[in-house]
Design a protein around this ligand. Structure first.
Ligand code: NAD
Length: 321
């Protein structure tokens, strides 16, 4: 208290009333400009969210992790159908090769690499190989992920570390491998698969939720870093996706109360949603879309009130043990 009162005295000694008045007027003018720019930007963004067309990706080189199965495989097939060159990364050599073969059999362009995305050295080494063998990656999709599902105290140490290594930390190795070229070219788009479990906590998914909440934070921070270090000139875009439960086999023992309202999603529809969001430059997307607004809305109420809504929906994942 003593310190703050003496420092405020010192400030009063130093700043004349005219300077204080001047500073006050500047702040008020800044606030008025902020208010006008805020609403102008809001209306422009709203208008653009309805009118922005999906951009052409036929000249893009798109690297997707986890292309051997599920959403990653669907993303690879659907992007390939749009004419893009696909670079498929998966730890599972056989499944990944099948995706590459399938794309090629349909006349698409695909390159497969067997990579464990948690192995930083391998990621950087294969990353360099891709840059020379295929070209600069213009869209990077960090999709590979795992989801052990049981009570917190039943998760093993190895499981917990692995969840974070694959679902979260591997994204950093991918940034380190591909972001430098994107910055050099001032061109690129990074997409990350978070999950509805990255904005809402679920039982049996404590480490998974942590790993997916972290993805949201990393993506937001990276986008902010790119914006500020480039003084707003960076053209690199970021999209984080939060799908609800998808029928890929990743979610075992699913519990859904209202099947018609909140059904298990198909990997193809989720991939289509992700691609559309990426092509329209949307920064965050839940699939289905209304979940983002529902979650943001409920967060304004006391936790106990939003728990009532959650209990009403009574959906989630049961333990696989
Ligand atoms: N399925 C869902 O309900 C759901 C919901 C929300 C978010 N997601 C997220 O979407 C992403 C894809 O999920 P999915 O359901 O398609 O999973 P999936 O299990 O069907 O496919 C995951 C793929 O990632 C690969 N993979 C796993 N570990 C790897 C590693 N270390 N290195 C490289 N590849 C690796 C696997 O071999 C597999 O081919 C994940 O990040 C998941 O968390 C899934």
């Amino acid at each position: 208290m003593e310190h703050s009162s003496s420092s405020s005295n010192r400030n009063n000694d130093q700043v004349s009333p005219v300077a204080s008045l001047y500073n006050g007027i500047i702040i008020v003018i800044d606030l008025i400009f902020l208010f006008i720019k805020f609403w102008f930007r809001t209306f422009v963004e709203l208008y653009e969210s309805f009118t922005t067309k999906e951009r052409d990706v036929s000249n893009d080189i798109i690297l997707i992790t986890g292309t051997g199965h599920g959403i990653g495989k669907e993303l690879a097939l659907q992007y390939s159908a749009l004419g893009a060159t696909i670079v498929c990364w998966d730890i599972n050599e056989q499944l990944n090769l099948e995706t590459v073969k399938l794309i090629k059999s349909k006349g698409g362009k695909a390159h497969g690499y067997t990579v464990d995305v948690t192995n930083r050295e391998k990621v950087l080494e294969t990353g360099n190989k891709v840059l020379t063998e295929v070209g600069d990656i213009t869209i990077l999709i960090n999709n590979a992920g795992i989801m052990p599902q049981h009570e917190m105290l039943k998760h093993t140490e190895g499981e917990i570390r692995k969840v974070f290594e694959i679902n979260t930390i591997a994204h950093c190795w991918m940034f380190q491998a591909f972001l430098p070229k994107m910055i050099e070219n001032n061109k690129g788009h990074i997409v990350a698969l978070s999950s509805i479990a990255g904005i809402v906590g679920f039982k049996n998914l404590v480490p998974y939720c942590g790993s997916k909440f972290a993805v949201r934070g990393m993506m937001e921070a990276l986008a902010e870093e790119m914006r500020l270090y480039s003084n707003g000139t960076s053209k690199i875009q970021f999209t984080t996706v939060y799908p609800y439960m998808v029928d890929t086999g990743l979610c075992k023992r699913v519990k859904i109360r209202f099947e018609n309202f909140l059904r298990l999603l198909k990997p193809a529809e989720v991939a289509a949603g992700i691609i559309s969001a990426q092509r329209r430059g949307i920064s965050e997307l839940t699939v289905p879309r209304y979940m983002f607004f529902l979650n943001s809305f409920l967060r304004n109420f006391p936790a106990a009130s939003s728990l009532l809504v959650r209990d009403f929906f009574d959906s989630g994942i049961e333990s696989d043990m």
